[in-house]
Design a protein around this ligand. Sequence first.
Ligand code: BES
Ligand code: ZN
Ligand code: ZN
Length: 506
Amino acid sequence: MALTIITTSARPTADASILALFAQERAEQHPLAHFLSPESVRYLRTFVRSGFRNAKDEVDFVVFPSGKPPEAFLLGLGRKQDWTHRRAALLFRRLVGIAKSQKVPSLAVHLPSLLPQGMDEPALLRLAAMNLWLAEYTFGKYQKLSARQRRIQRVELITSLTPAVANRALRAAKIDAAFTNRCRDLTNTPAGDMTPQRLAEAARTLAHETGCTIRVLGKKEMERERMGAVLGVAKGSVQEPRFIIMEYRGGAQHDAPLVFVGKGVTFDAGGIHLKPRQGLADMHMDMSGGAAVLCATAAIAARALPVRVVALVPAVENMPSGSASKPGDVLVSRAGITIEVANTDAEGRVILADALDFAKQYKPRLVVDLATLTGSAVVALGQRYIALFTPDDARAERLRAAGEAAGDPLWRLPMDEEYESEIKSAFADVANIGHVRYGDAIHGALFLKRFAGKLPWAHLDIAPTMTPAEGQHLAKGATGTGVRLLIRLAEAISQERRGKEEGRKK
Ligand code: BES
Ligand code: ZN
Ligand code: ZN
């Protein structure tokens, strides 16, 4: 889908115009109404009298002359004071469905009239472009083209920005959307075609495309690194593990990097604690965090943001077999901390333990790990928030704000020291599950904290947002959760850096 930019004074050339109306607004006064045929405008006047209330989510078509594709769509937005960037994002996503279902090849949308409180037009343009592209995405790799035929060709974004400013915003959105959708492709690929080795190859491709460096540790090298935790999870599978290290060096030579750690379980069968039937569905997406950190790093590099980023992904399959770790086994992690494998299905935290320890050598300014870690986080939050854990209030707020702005909302959950006793082990330094029944997501976070040590660290349990919630207008499968958040975080840090530099110049 091509997005083109035109200025508010020009006449739209798309097949149909979007007339999006807040409560009380009159359709014939919409900025795009006067470009319609006189018949359509007359129709609009009578139409408004016929009971279109401009209510939220109301949709109708202006079909004139009848039998032809619609010349305009009427969309209700509800009360203007309730208009937010979240609602705007959903509106742009809905446009894709509307155009497809009505077989309209191109649409024109007037952006200045859709500006939420506190947002500027470049940000709205990015929001529009991003959400149009996210909604257009389908996972078509294994289908003939015919199954995906109905496509929207073009959306004309009408803006009051200068072409230079508008194009800069569009370019950023294009990169961000492309890598978010790349993340969805990697995550949606079934486990048979997305082994640890294949994930590492995908990382190589991403790195080469964007000028990042990449190093992949194989089993031998991981043994040399004494990554006993990752190796302990991997040993039940015939697929050998990989440890992926992708780096982008933006910013100054000696900048402390942002380190992103992603869970790369390419299939989570549960191990000897084999998952039940329903539990296995979707477990090829247990590398969502890994895919997200790789794609976010690639996007940050493609955007040439002035930050240094390191992405670390331990990639394994968690399988039951004669060579698998057994319940009760004790693993010696890279940090030297011993782990009792009380439950082989709590494998995510185990592999992340070694990755977090590995992160320490970079002396990072911030470490964020992303993992589809627990069903418990989904129970707590439903499917609309990522669970955020960090001991530091300021860091929590900073991440929350970045997530909200990026469209990857986060909700903080507690990880107070009182919970710590619940993951004590009788024979090892720590157990990989709690011995009390409740609070799996919190136990996961506290387990990770043991390995993060003094790092400035946050843990994101992205199990809740791995697949779309109802009404999000996203294709079945992976959402690419976390990619936009991490890009946003890198943007915020770049801006801070620029601010400091300017301060120094003065
Ligand atoms: N990958 C799963 C968590 C998960 C569940 C992700 C549903 C996405 C959707 C994880 O490895 C797991 O199995 N967690 C266990 C932990 C338990 C054994 C403490 C769980 O949540 O049941
Ligand atoms: Zn598991
Ligand atoms: Zn898992």
